[in-house]
Design a protein around this ligand. Structure first.
Ligand code: SAH
Length: 359
């Protein structure tokens, strides 16, 4: 049977699964049972869902599949970070990362195969965009990671900081978060989720109206329009000024802050003047800054600044009352750190595509 043609249950919100069951003439409470099996107990085989009627257990796999994507590679860093290579039903590949931490581990999820944003220092950007992930494929990364690491009964955090731009795949990303939040499933709280974005403004405005409101991280990386145009090309469309304006209006809870990520490139954006400008730009925003010293990679035409340069930059911000942290890069030895996720698909390209690649 071509299971990949079946509807993926991981793509369903609870009410959608209830509707699907109702259509089969079944009581809707089975949807809650199925959610509990999948998300609380990590069971992805209908046959093992022992509190479902026997005939339903045989009927379901004829109509649905449970989208736990295949883990085809797994690497563990010296610091405990695990990166998994995941193969999707169409052979496309993505990477997801689990960063061990207490009280809860952090799962770093991808939202797209590749990325369209083409930030100048990011390896994923070099791939270009292949396609969006479905909500089920985003949720499926959690199922896969929790499954192989035995983490089903534990709390975890989610950062949407893997491959792709979450606000460029808005509907699937938000749907995935709603599925993960469901009380009969993982019951994930929005406080445990951080969405990182380059600032796709229309989508950011939409996010401001959501009921499930994750923490927000903005990939700023530069303090002048001209430089950000080059480093983060979407700036040509939605510039710093507009972006910060939107951030100023973004609804925040008490004591909640927007994180501004700032990748540090030696001799490019790491000078004391940059730090001072950054402090000025963030004036009036409930902000904190996360400095990301560049993770270097072949093909990335920038260098990582010295620790002294990073510290000096951080001090200038701190002196001006800006809360600042320096991101510890986890998993650099297995290329699992920020901006280092890149994959090739397993299937050979179609003749048309091959031709296009030769041209
Ligand atoms: N597209 C989203 C989600 C990716 S998050 C976004 O850009 O926010 C990944 C974070 O790592 C982003 O802040 C990104 O700019 C940063 N990053 C990319 N390449 C990097 C590199 N080589 N070194 C350090 N950080 C990098």
């Amino acid at each position: 049977m071509f299971t990949e043609l079946l509807t993926d249950v991981a793509d369903f919100e609870l009410h959608e699964l209830e509707a699907a069951l109702a259509q089969l003439g079944r009581p809707t409470f089975h949807a809650r049972q199925i959610f509990q099996w999948i998300y609380r107990r990590g069971v992805s085989d209908f046959a093992l869902m022992t509190d479902l009627p026997r005939d339903l257990r045989t009927e379901l796999p004829r109509r649905f599949r449970i989208g736990v994507p295949q883990v085809v590679g797994r690497e563990r860093s010296a610091d405990g970070t695990t990166k998994v290579l995941i193969e999707l039903v169409d052979g496309k590949r993505i990477e997801s990362v689990c960063i061990p931490d207490s009280p809860g581990d952090t799962f770093c999820l991808s939202t797209q195969v590749g990325c369209a944003m083409r930030c100048a220092f990011c390896l994923t950007g070099k791939m270009g965009i292949d396609r969006n992930l479905s909500a089920g494929e985003i949720v499926g990364q959690v199922l896969a990671l929790a499954g192989i690491l035995g983490l089903f009964d534990r709390r975890f955090n989610i950062v949407l900081m893997g491959m792709g731009e979450p606000l460029h795949n808005y509907d699937a990303t938000m749907k995935a978060l709603r599925i993960l939040a469901n009380d009969h499933g993982f019951g994930l709280s929005p406080r445990r989720v951080t969405l990182s974005t380059v600032g796709v403004l229309p989508a950011l405005e939409r996010l401001a109206t959501e009921s499930f409101m994750p923490n927000l991280a903005i990939s700023l990386h530069s303090t002048t329009e001209a430089q950000r145009d080059l480093l983060v090309p979407i700036n040509r469309k939605y510039g710093i000024e507009e972006l910060l304006d939107t951030c100023r209006r973004f609804p925040l809870k008490r004591r909640q802050r927007i994180t501004f990520e700032y990748v540090m490139l030696a001799g490019v954006n790491d000078t004391p003047e940059d730090a001072k400008r950054l402090a000025r730009l963030l004036n009036g925003i409930q902000a904190k800054v996360n400095l990301l010293p560049l993770n270097e990679a072949a093909g990335i035409p920038f260098e990582r600044p010295s620790d002294e340069a990073v510290n000096r930059f951080a001090e200038i911000l701190a002196d001006r009352g800006v809360t600042v942290s320096v991101r510890k890069s986890r998993g650099r030895d297995i290329r699992a750190a920020c901006g280092q996720l890149i994959t090739e698909s397993s299937r050979t390209p179609t003749p048309g595509k091959q031709l296009a690649m030769l041209m």
